[in-house]
Design a protein around this ligand. Sequence first.
Ligand code: NAP
Length: 335
Amino acid sequence: MSSSTSTSATSSGSVPLRVALLGGGTVGAAVARALLQHPDRYAARLGRPVELLGVAVRDTRREREGIPSALLTDDPGTLAERADVVVEVMGGLEPAGELIGGALRRGVQVVTANKQLIAREGVELRALAQQHGGGLHLEAAVMAAVPVMSVVREALAGDEITRIRGIVNGSTNYVLDLVAREGVPFADAVRQAGELGYLEADPTEDLEGLDAAAKIAILARTAWGVPAPLDEVDVTGISGLTDADFAAAAEQGGVLKLVATAERVPGGRVRTTVRPEVLPAADPLAQARGGTNVVELDAALAGPVRLVGAGAGGDETASAVLADIVRAGLAVAGS
Ligand SMILES: NC(=O)c1ccc[n+]([C@@H]2O[C@H](COP(=O)([O-])OP(=O)(O)OC[C@H]3O[C@@H](n4cnc5c(N)ncnc54)[C@H](OP(=O)(O)O)[C@@H]3O)[C@@H](O)[C@H]2O)c1
């Protein structure tokens, strides 16, 4: 819907904010359940009720716990056209990109958790939002429940971030931690992480460092407002590691971690890397256990600011998506 209709709607506090949820999988189902089970929470925060218009999925016949089947649709485009806020949690580049682009061209507020899409097309999508008076909210795209985007964009807006460094992929950290602390052979740890659902069916994104590369590219771009193309991230994943590498790290008293780093280099550019590094045991990043994510932001005035938390999971990612729905809803009201 257009922003002018939204404005007239908000003149009456009881006109619902209409939310279209594109995706009802791990993250989408958790978002839908929160909106349906806690309507008073969101109504209080927005000053008007939230109406979940529908949940777009591929298979509408499959039952989804806590989501009435009447809300399911396999037509995300039509669903999105009726919404004040479009929430994209489908993943993949298309049709997600087209749906987000369409919503932004209508001046609608968009929330997305799609790091790969944002790392590739975030600059163009952000420009579309500005051009048409919409909004693009992407807290959940980087480190899920860890509110690093808000800290980079808002809390440190008056400071100068000099470096960003973190463990931003929980799946690989789970594998590395299992090898380092429990002595599980590397190949077995990868297999175990797959069996427990920590790795995707196609684990390449995690093991080759591509997921971490997308996140550090988005963070660098957000921190410094300069291009940080995904294909310029210098990436080495963990798939080439051997048990001998872990033994050598332990002998030095260190810990092997997959570290993502972004820093400014002369000429106003940024350097972004993702690679396995042997960290001293006392390094805060070395202490990340299991699937935990940690990021350290060095700022000129604030010094180091560290954030730790769950970088994945349905409810954990939903927490960030729901915060963005509240922000998006308030932006509709203020438009
Ligand atoms: N899972 C996490 O921990 C996590 C953390 C941070 C960010 N994210 C991001 O959040 C997004 C969603 O992740 P997820 O884990 O929830 O994925 P998922 O479990 O695979 O869910 C994807 C959902 O989108 C639906 N879908 C996919 N393509 C569709 C299409 N063409 N038309 C209609 N529906 C379609 C699927 O329908 P069916 O259910 O019928 O297949 C499913 O409901 C991704 O961008 C991911 O990178 C996830």
